[in-house]
Unconditional design. Structure first.
Length: 216
């Protein structure tokens, strides 16, 4: 299955984030040996443990809701945080990145799904933050794009509409705040059940777990 996904993604030039949450190290290594270098996790302690134990050229992506007090543990190594959903967490990531003398790449997560439980900015709140002096003072974070999760539904039209919304948000932020910034280019959307729709709607990064590693 992984080989087939890698072929599909090569054609569409989409990056794979293999979501390895809850999965053991041997399964991650098997994917690693098939060429995967980007893995996604949603628990701080789990990614800290795996990062220490597994090959050092793995790029670890944080894709879950992040609490301020836990940023410190992942700041030394995390490659990309997909789930920035408040000014507060962005300020904390900046603070811990400064301590590590790093600049940490992040995505703004947007709430595009109908479900109440999904975290994320709305466009107005994100816009306000990007206009603020609080934001322009942050020298140790770099916003490289947006992330979102579609509603968990079999209604493909709804999923497509939600991905279109996220892509529209991306273009709007690009035009307003990042027109000169080549690094603002990522749209992280698409999971096992909907990644093909996401790619059709302009995803640059898909986060696929169960299709690669089996059900959790
Ligand atoms: C678990 C998870 C995924 C992967 O989900 P699958 O359906 O197993 O592919 C993607 N993104 C986020 C934010 C997740 O929490």
């Amino acid at each position: 299955m992984l080989a087939r996904i890698l072929e599909e993604l090569k054609v569409s030039k989409t990056q794979l984030i293999a979501v390895s949450k809850t999965k053991p190290e041997d399964q991650i290594l098997a994917a690693y040996h098939q060429g995967v270098r980007n893995f996604g996790e949603n628990r701080v302690q789990e990614v800290v443990n795996k990062q220490a134990a597994l090959p050092q050229d793995i790029q670890w992506h944080f894709i879950g809701h992040l609490q301020s007090k836990k940023v410190k543990s992942i700041a030394p190594f995390i490659a990309l945080i997909h789930s920035i959903d408040s000014a507060k967490i962005l300020v904390e990531v900046n603070k811990q990145a400064a301590r590590q003398e790093r600049i940490i790449d992040v995505l703004f997560q947007f709430k595009i799904a109908e479900e109440e439980s999904k975290y994320g900015f709305d466009l107005a709140t994100a816009t306000q933050l990007l206009q603020s002096s609080q934001y322009s003072d942050l020298k140790h974070v770099r916003v490289v794009g947006v992330m979102g999760m579609a509603t968990f539904t079999s209604d493909q039209d709804q999923v497509r509409t939600e991905f279109k919304t996220l892509h529209r948000i991306f273009r709007e932020l690009k035009t307003r705040f990042f027109a000169e910034a080549d690094h603002f280019k990522e749209v992280s959307m698409g999971m096992s059940g909907d990644y093909q729709i996401a790619i059709e709607e302009g995803s640059t990064m898909v986060r696929i777990g169960s299709l690669i590693f089996g059900h959790r």
